[in-house]
Design a protein around this ligand. Structure first.
Ligand code: RIB
Ligand code: CA
Length: 317
């Protein structure tokens, strides 16, 4: 039955496309969705996730709420200026109300339960701040053997988007990101914004999605505030579906080309806080100890990826 998947998310317009991509894919066993603070506060990300699964006719998928703030330092910022006041361009209430109640477990408990019960390796796709994932691995280290891989949208090799140095998901909780990316021994694929920006889609792509049917029309209707932001960020009429790129890799391994590098995360309180420092030196000081590496997504067939996501969201498989 394909990829067993859990998505940890802060919807968020691009998260909405990523959740729909997984929910509509018949080769994906979407075990659950957990929510985290990020683009908007936790209460909004949680109702958004529940409504989006109802939109996709997936009331079978449990949703559990997780961290409302970072591990250590309070989080003064969210991204309403990108995603709209409710996280979905002010259109969250236009989505269907969820038939399924919020899961009574918290996010870490749901992640733990699903992983413990899984009879084959599970992919986790964190597409928001990594707070829930750091907490899971700290509280339940034994679940690492049940995790096939963690496919994360986050980080930047060149410059950031939240600051000159840091990408939003990492910047939102650098300590959690460092725990997952540096300190834990679980296979990780990091999909940085350098690659997701190259996968931006234009308004013709959005129009084709909108014309594909009622679900595509509704997804496209969530984008106005996001388009207004990315029109300026890109300099042309398009949007960057960061999280859909990561989830596309999670459900179609190998869609993105990756290379192995060591990584660190700046957890200082200076201007580089939240920067992901990827060590791309091919030769390191002689005699240094081997260090952990993770897979960094560096390239893809951009057209093929766009076609893949559009086909899945349009009901094609
Ligand atoms: O920097 C982009 C990431 O931050 C995406 O996951 C977006 O949804 C926001 O969470
Ligand atoms: Ca996100």
């Amino acid at each position: 039955m394909g990829t067993k998947l859990i998505i940890d998310t802060d919807p968020g317009v691009d998260d909405a496309f990523a959740i729909a991509l997984a929910a509509l894919s018949t080769d994906v066993d979407l075990l659950g969705v957990t929510t985290v603070f990020g683009n908007v506060p936790l209460a909004a990300t949680t109702i958004n996730a529940r409504r989006l699964l109802q939109l996709c006719d997936r009331p079978d998928v449990p949703v559990a709420a997780g961290a409302s703030r970072p591990l250590v330092y309070p989080n003064p910022y969210s991204a309403e200026y990108v995603h709209g006041v409710d996280g979905l361009s002010g259109r969250s209430e236009a989505l269907p109300e969820p038939a399924r109640p919020l899961d009574e477990r918290d996010a870490v408990s749901l992640l733990y339960s699903l992983l413990k019960a899984a009879d084959e390796p599970v992919t986790i796709a964190p597409i928001g701040p990594l707070t829930n994932i750091a907490l899971l691995l700290a509280a339940h280290p034994g679940v690492r053997e049940k995790i096939g891989r963690i496919v994360i949208m986050g980080g930047a090799l060149d410059h950031g988007n939240m600051t000159a140095a840091a990408e939003f998901n990492i910047w939102s909780d650098p300590e959690a990101a460092r725990r997952v990316l540096v300190e834990e021994d679980v296979p990780v694929v990091l999909v940085p914004m350098d690659l997701t920006y190259r996968c931006a889609v234009d308004t013709a792509w959005l129009a084709e999605l909108a014309a594909s049917g009622p679900l595509g029309t509704m997804l496209e209707s969530l984008t106005p505030d996001y388009l207004a932001h990315y029109r300026k960020a890109l300099g042309w009429e398009g949007i960057v579906l960061h999280d859909a790129v990561a989830v596309a890799e999670a459900i179609r391994p190998g869609l993105l080309r990756t290379e192995s590098f060591p990584i660190d995360v700046d957890c200082g309180l200076g201007p580089a806080r939240g920067a992901t420092l990827v060590d791309r030196r091919r030769r390191r000081e002689p005699g240094t100890q081997p260090v952990r590496t993770i897979e960094i997504a560096v390239d893809t067939d951009v057209d093929a990826l766009g076609k893949f996501v559009l086909a899945r969201l349009s009901g094609g498989q």
